[in-house]
Write a protein of this length. Structure first.
Length: 298
């Protein structure tokens, strides 16, 4: 697929449908449909008929970010695990879409954004009349939670630096620093899978969580060993997936950033804490619709 070179809002040419498992229930049907300019990203729980089933995405709509990113509307209708699809929307420049899903959680698929990107590619993209909005970071915003922290800093393009540090030799200390654009996302980020430790996956299953966790949709580590027969898809897959999550978590702001994100051990909860800190500091950002002067990656 060609990489976009315009700065207009963007939606899909046609609807696209996919089904995948998340454990229980075994299959979830998801349909991504075009939406008018100015709509934003809206999820619709088609299995809910007794109250408002539309959940517009926003920073304030996030109600739980312990294991994934969960959103909720005013009627109490919830949807979880939106982050991988949101990352694909952000990287591919999709401003407006209606996503219909017939369950409480998006399908995990292979644990990355790869299948969502393929889904959107099949639908195709078209520019819309409104110019693309950007969220320009004017002043640094920083949040801390224990030994984890994240920040948004002024920058004339969207950059991201992420660092993780695990005692397991299978992961260790990993850092990635890159420009968040479509080409880089497709080449280096979208296929990187979520990961977890075998003992944690089992504990979560016993608690009724992580119902779909398996070697088919996650990298599973036992001690210092990777259990997946095929190993990793690419070097530093672990930190690349954390960056994928962060891209999706930040896109709940409703527009791509003109700024630099820096995260250390940050997960969904820290990312949403950063989103809320930014929204609470109106002097630290502004919306712009000008075409940014994007520097060339070095």
């Amino acid at each position: 697929m060609p990489v976009r070179n315009d700065h207009q809002e963007r939606t899909l040419i046609a609807p696209a449908i996919i089904a995948g498992g998340v454990g229980v229930p075994p299959r979830v049907r998801l349909a991504v449909r075009p939406a008018p300019a100015g709509t934003g990203i809206v999820f619709v729980r088609t299995d809910v008929a007794d109250r408002d089933n539309r959940i517009p995405v926003s920073g304030e709509a996030v109600v739980d970010a312990r294991l994934n990113t969960m959103i909720e509307n005013a009627a109490g209708v919830r949807l979880s695990t939106i982050e991988h699809l949101m990352a694909a929307f952000c990287a591919l420049g999709v401003s407006n879409a209606v996503v219909e899903v017939d369950g409480p959680e998006l399908p995990i698929l292979d644990g990355s954004a790869l299948e969502f990107v393929r889904l959107l590619d099949r639908a195709g993209f078209r520019p819309q009349a409104l110019p693309q909005r950007y969220i320009e970071i004017l002043e640094t915003v920083h949040v801390v939670e224990g030994d984890k922290h994240a920040a948004l800093l002024p920058c004339d393009r969207y950059e991201m630096r992420f660092e993780i540090d695990f005692p397991s030799a299978a992961i260790g200390n990993q850092v990635i620093d890159f420009v968040v654009d479509e080409a880089t996302f497709r080449k280096e980020i979208m296929a990187c899978r979520t990961f977890g430790f075998a003992h944690e996956v089992e504990a979560l299953r016993q608690a009724g969580l992580a119902r779909g966790g398996s070697l088919e949709n996650a990298v599973v580590i036992d001690g210092d060993q990777i259990l997946n027969p095929g190993g990793l898809r690419m070097e530093r897959e672990f930190v690349r997936h954390k960056a994928l999550d962060a891209i999706g978590d930040l896109y709940v702001l409703g527009a791509p950033l003109l700024g630099r994100y820096e995260g250390y051990k940050a997960g969904h909860a820290v990312n949403n804490k950063l989103v809320r800190a930014l929204l609470a500091a109106p002097h630290a950002w502004r919306e712009v619709t000008r075409v940014p002067e994007l520097a060339q990656a070095g």
